[in-house]
Design a protein around this ligand. Structure first.
Ligand code: MD3
Ligand code: FE
Length: 217
């Protein structure tokens, strides 16, 4: 028998891997834009600094977060929600650069979700040791829209579970420049990030940054 070197031609030609129905990794999709993304993130965080938000239970989140775009995800004693203004400044979140929205829409289209128009971009910063425990993303009004995530800097191990918290999780390595699109039957899967390992990335130093683009309203 001839070994099946490339079971899936898409995978060979585009670097696209189907993780599960509705979810696809686009390996290295954001790499050509990494320098531009890092510079834009520095401008955004000069106006809306990273902070460790308080959970409704009163714990600080392990990842530091900020937002850009018309709506930003926040957590405090009152719960999780989207807000138009940064509670630290009382002014609107910095605008979402056109290049961010464009990249997110291109990635969504490449994964089979044409016409994705994000109105929120959550920016997570993981210093070494930072993790994100298993959770679902269900604060968005329209759960038919996908979520697009862009990984930059240090690598991480992503946990990709099922629709119940107790379902077993797959572990997926996410590297600098990888983009993942989660929609359809994968949109409400539990997911998380294992503690980020110590290291230094040539562009971003001792951190991992993740952008998640959402349609929140
Ligand atoms: C799978 N962020 O901000 S992005 C989050 O790397 C979050 O910062 C992680 O989970 C991070 O909520 C993972 C990947 C991700 C985002 C949304 C999903 C995976 C998802 C929604 C459904 C299923
Ligand atoms: Fe999430």
């Amino acid at each position: 028998m001839t070994p099946a070197l490339f079971e899936n031609c898409d995978e060979r030609s585009t670097g696209r891997e189907e993780l599960a129905p509705g979810a696809a990794v686009l390996r290295g999709f954001a790499r050509p834009h990494a320098e531009h993304l890092a510079a834009a993130i520095a401008e955004i965080t000069a106006r809306a600094p990273f902070r460790h938000m308080l959970t409704p239970g009163g714990q600080h989140m392990s990842a530091a977060m900020t937002n850009c775009g018309p709506l930003g995800w926040i957590s405090d004693r009152n719960g999780y929600r989207y807000e138009a203004c940064d509670p630290l400044s009382g002014t609107p979140w910095p605008p979402m650069p056109g290049s961010f929205a464009h990249l997110a829409a291109d990635a969504a289209a490449a994964a089979g979700y044409p016409g994705f128009l994000p109105d929120a971009c959550l920016i997570n910063r993981y210093d070494p040791g930072t993790r994100m425990s298993l959770h679902q993303d269900r604060d968005e009004r329209d759960l038919t829209a996908p979520i697009v995530s862009v990984s930059l800097g240090l690598p991480a191990v992503f946990l990709f579970g099922g629709l119940s918290r107790s379902d077993r999780s797959d572990r997926i390595a996410l590297m600098h420049g990888d983009v993942v699109v989660w929609g359809g039957p994968s949109r409400l899967r539990f997911h998380g990030i294992l503690p980020v390992k110590e290291g230094t990335h040539p562009l971003l130093g001792r951190q991992r940054i993740n952008l998640t683009f959402r349609k929140a309203a």
